[in-house]
Ligand binder design. Structure first.
Ligand SMILES: Cc1ncc(COP(=O)(O)O)c(C=O)c1O
Length: 420
């Protein structure tokens, strides 16, 4: 079995010095040997979530019954939104927890296109998350002739450079929409630079924060961002399919009209009037009844993040990424691997992509090892990307060491050929 005592002792030393080390125990780990490096796709379960959900089910739903709506359920989308706001540099009342990321994208893009009358073009890029591109294509098809979606090309398949964005914006551009941290390469866009560029040309910008929230510091206020969306099941550990969020800058809230006029986004839902009037503030971006049970599952995880603090989380993520890259250079570069993420820490989120022609088989061998080997779960993105998700709240340096050690072993011994 491949081992390197120098890096093993370094991992142990870094774990001893890690100020966030104790957060690991606040997550369930029913399979103690498992090395989970996929928190960028589905975060682990916080230890408190099951008890909290049990409380919400038995006490709030079981006892309060319908009275629960007047005891905090109606405020939950805004209350949880305010907690997320603290992680992304937004003010209270600017973030709402609701719907799925794709649906929030639809609502905000439609609202922006209606607001930007006379401009007919949406600008995005070919590395954006496919669901975002599908939603944009659907919107263009719905808006009809004269509207267009243009995708900026990437020169290296990893990043979108600032100059291509600058030269692509024109007088007809209503909206730019990009992912802040790219799902495949982990490239982090220049939010401040692009937002100010777009504003100078009269365009709005919508950011998808799904891979940034909880892992990369975001300051929407300092960037004067217009709109943002994001999910809560990755680094935020809200659970599979947990409710997403949206951000609308305060001064835009009254100006924008969202396209789905549901009763919970209306001014006084319990008057049961026949004519829709939008609610004041961020609540007008709600549609239907919030899923209280699944939304409640997000709260313990948000509290853990706020306790740890995004600055400390980012610092640890960078230390862990540097450690991973050192092992990558020393152990893997001769084994036909290439790096699929930017090397500069400031241009990269919290996952790192290792590219290899045999990536699908290598990933399968890591996830389904022979009996005496540890299971490592990264994820795979077509065609040749192994994504290593670093979740600093619960991943140790030893996890990173063991994950990399297994990758080297699987390739060096050609174990992946046994599991094609
Ligand atoms: C960057 C990004 N945007 C959007 C989505 C889609 O989110 P949802 O399924 O909540 O619509 C994902 C899902 O992984 C994503 O990674």
């Amino acid at each position: 079995m491949f081992a390197d005592s120098k890096y093993l002792s370094k991992a142990e030393q870094l774990d001893r010095e890690d100020p966030l080390a104790s957060f690991r125990e606040r997550f369930t780990a029913p399979e103690p040997g498992l090395i989970y490096l996929d928190g960028n796709s589905l975060g682990r379960l916080p230890a408190h979530t099951a008890d909290w959900l049990n409380e919400v089910i038995s006490r709030q739903w079981g006892r309060s019954l319908i009275r629960g709506w007047n005891k905090g359920w109606l405020e939950l989308p805004v209350r949880l939104g305010d907690k997320i706001a603290r992680m992304i540099g937004a003010d209270p009342g600017e973030v709402l927890v609701c719907d799925a990321t794709s649906i929030n994208l639809y609502k905000l893009v439609m609202a922006a296109m209606a607001y930007q009358k006379g401009r007919h073009r949406i600008l995005s890029d070919e590395l954006n998350f496919p669901s975002d591109l599908y939603i944009l294509q659907g919107i263009i098809s719905l808006l009809g002739s004269g509207y267009e979606l243009d995708l900026i090309r990437s020169e290296d398949g990893m990043c979108i450079d600032h100059d291509s964005v600058m030269s692509a914006i024109d007088e007809n551009t209503a909206l730019l929409t990009f992912t802040h941290t790219y799902y495949k390469s982990s490239f982090v866009q220049d939010m401040a630079g692009i937002t100010s560029l777009a504003h100078r040309k009269g365009a709005m910008v919508l950011w998808d924060l799904s891979h940034s929230v909880g892992s990369v510091p975001v300051d929407l206020k300092a960037c004067q961002a217009d709109l943002a969306i994001g999910c809560t099941y990755k680094y935020l550990n809200g659970g599979p399919g947990s409710t997403a969020f949206l951000f609308v800058r305060k001064d835009l809230q009254e100006k924008l009209q969202q396209p789905i006029w549901g009763w919970l986004g209306s001014k006084d839902p319990f008057q049961f009037g026949t004519q829709y009037e939008p609610a004041e503030g961020i609540s007008r971006f709600l549609v239907g009844t919030p899923p209280i049970l699944s939304m409640s599952a997000i709260e313990p995880a948000l509290d853990l993040h706020l306790e740890a603090g995004i600055t400390a989380l980012r610092e640890k993520s960078i230390r862990q990424s540097a450690f991973l890259l050192e092992m990558f250079d020393n152990w893997l570069s001769g084994l036909n691997f290439t790096l699929g993420s930017p090397r500069v820490h400031g241009s990269r989120g919290s996952h790192i992509v290792l590219r290899h022609p045999e990536a699908p088989a290598i990933t399968r061998a890591l996830i389904n090892p022979s009996v005496d080997r540890v299971t490592v779960i990264p994820d795979f993105r077509t065609p040749d990307n192994i994504r290593i998700g670093i979740a600093p709240l619960y991943n140790s340096f030893k996890d990173i060491y063991t994950g990399m050690q297994r990758i080297r072993e699987v390739v060096e011994t050609e174990e992946y050929l046994k599991n094609p």
